[in-house]
Design a protein around this ligand. Structure first.
Ligand code: FRU
Length: 486
């Protein structure tokens, strides 16, 4: 079959003279570029990939298309950090130059094997606008940080019988003396699934079958599976496409779910105790977890699908979330802003106590800050973020219903209004704590130490802002400027 051609399937090696420098210059001047969230220098970022603590450093890779704010030929970009706060950029880790990845090096995860870090990914091959095939591939990083493609790629050629060309996003882990690979897949009847391969050496893989996830939820494709055990419980995370909203959950074009239960690798079943939406905001997808220094950490893509942003004209799009520490609470996952973020704290902007009533905190033109609010008692509370005469992003807690909601309809730039402009979640008990991280064009809001998290992209007008607080009970607040991390 002949390969499909479109100009957007072009690697960085095929750039014209000066093209990449021009892209970099143009996106560097954009007023909405984050300063402590991992973002692309130019082009489009999507999923976090290959996350690892390896050789004394954190490694974060991400899906990257260099030539503009749309999805095209995907590369793996690479940043690293000693402390998960200050990141440095590296040369592109995976450039899809081979036939088995002719239309992109798609998402995947990493695993340390011996002294090396194995980076598993999907080689995407297109034969037409729709027709495609997928190969599972490997790149290897050594102790000197050099990355090479495995000489016997692809590890898994094509897709197993019964599935379309949509098979991708390997997550590899070791369990009971074997290596396992989970892949997101689409059955021939166009429903989503997770399939399983097994290997004795992390190189030679045998198809075992489909994972029976005992859940009444389908969709047409399941992307980016992730699996881990936390405090004696198994968790499966994946991003199903094409599911319907359920009450407060799944209101974005695509959504991310976590399932608490038990994985049985012999019978290939995942017994489901409970499942929930992972993040309650508008812009969150394809997260990946990894273990580092005794913690289970997670990054997500602070974006979803194909959206138009006001930054598109400056030829960059999207960022990752902040690193979050996952904490198990029964069958629930709480997501806490990782403690490494404290290393980015700058000067204190404001701090104080207030009793019920209103208060406005002048933030001037500060665009990167964190705010912590501790409530003496759960009570009606409202925060107006990015507040000016023109706009605000409103966070509202209603104590009677225990619902907390986020509403971006009062922002000047409203993205994706067709999916609704507010999201809400009912808290288990009351509201005790709110932590917000604001970084130019992203707000991440953590409620009650990560009981609920809202990830929202926002494109505020560049005027002076304040944080308006309406408190129903005594609370203390502290606003701290955040330093640049990347
Ligand atoms: C999820 C996803 C993955 C795929 C990658 C391509 O956002 O669609 O399934 O590997 O993005 O960039």
């Amino acid at each position: 079959m002949t390969r499909y051609f479109e100009p957007k399937y072009r690697t960085i090696l095929e750039a014209e003279e000066g093209e990449l420098e021009a892209l970099q210059q143009q996106s560097a001047q954009d007023e909405w570029k984050p300063s402590f969230h991992i973002h692309p220098q130019y082009g489009l970022l999507n999923d976090p990939n290959g996350l690892a603590w390896f050789n004394g450093e954190y490694h974060v890779f991400y899906q990257w298309y260099p030539y503009g704010a749309y999805h095209g030929m995907k590369h793996w970009a690479h940043v690293s950090s000693k402390d998960l706060a200050q990141f440095k950029r590296h040369d592109t880790a995976i450039i899809p130059t081979e036939d088995y990845e002719s239309h992109g090096a798609y998402s995947g995860a990493s695993l340390q094997v011996g002294e090396e870090l194995y980076l598993y990914y999907t080689g995407n091959v297109k034969y037409g606008p729709v027709e495609r095939d997928a190969h599972q591939c490997l790149a290897i990083m050594n102790q000197d940080g050099e990355i090479r493609k495995y000489e016997h790629n692809p590890l898994i050629k094509g897709v197993p019988e019964g599935y379309t060309g949509h098979v991708r996003d390997p997550k590899v882990f070791e369990k009971n003396g074997h290596y396992y690979m989970l892949l997101g897949a689409q059955r021939m009847d166009e429903t989503g699934a997770i399939i399983v391969y097994r290997s004795p050496d992390a190189l030679d893989w045998t198809f075992m079958g489909e994972l029976d996830v005992r859940i009444n939820l389908s969709g047409y494709m399941w992307e980016c599976p992730d699996y881990f055990e936390l405090d004696g419980k198994d968790f499966l995370i994946f991003s199903p496409q094409g599911i319907e909203p359920e009450g407060e959950d799944f209101h974005n074009v695509f959504n991310t779910i976590y399932v608490a239960g038990e994985l049985d690798t012999d019978s290939l079943t995942f017994q489901v105790d409970e499942y929930h939406e992972l993040d309650k905001g508008f812009d969150f997808y394809a997260p990946q977890s990894f273990e580092a220094e005794g913690k289970r950490l997670l990054y997500g893509w602070a974006g979803v699908g194909e959206v138009d942003f006001p930054t598109d004209e400056n030829k960059w799009a999207h960022c990752l979330t902040l690193p979050r520490e996952l904490v198990r609470k029964g069958n629930r996952l709480h997501q806490r802003p990782d403690r490494s973020l404290d290393l980015l704290n700058g000067s204190e902007v404001a701090a104080g106590d207030m009793s019920s009533g209103k208060s406005e905190i002048d933030l001037g033109t500060i665009k990167a800050w964190r705010g912590e609010l501790d409530l003496a008692d759960s009570a009606d509370t409202k925060l107006k973020l990015f507040h000016s005469a023109e706009e605000s992003l409103n966070l509202t807690f209603d104590h009677a219903s225990k619902k907390v909601s986020i509403d971006r309809s009062r922002m000047h730039h409203v993205t994706e209004p067709q999916f609704g402009t507010s999201r809400e979640v009912t808290l288990n008990e009351g509201l005790r704590k709110i932590e917000v991280f604001i970084d130019h064009s992203i707000a991440e809001i953590f409620i009650n130490d990560g009981e609920a998290v809202f990830t929202c992209r926002v494109f505020p007008l560049s005027e002076e802002k304040e944080l308006a607080i309406e408190a129903g009970a005594d609370l203390t607040y502290r606003i701290t400027a955040m330093n640049r991390g990347i």
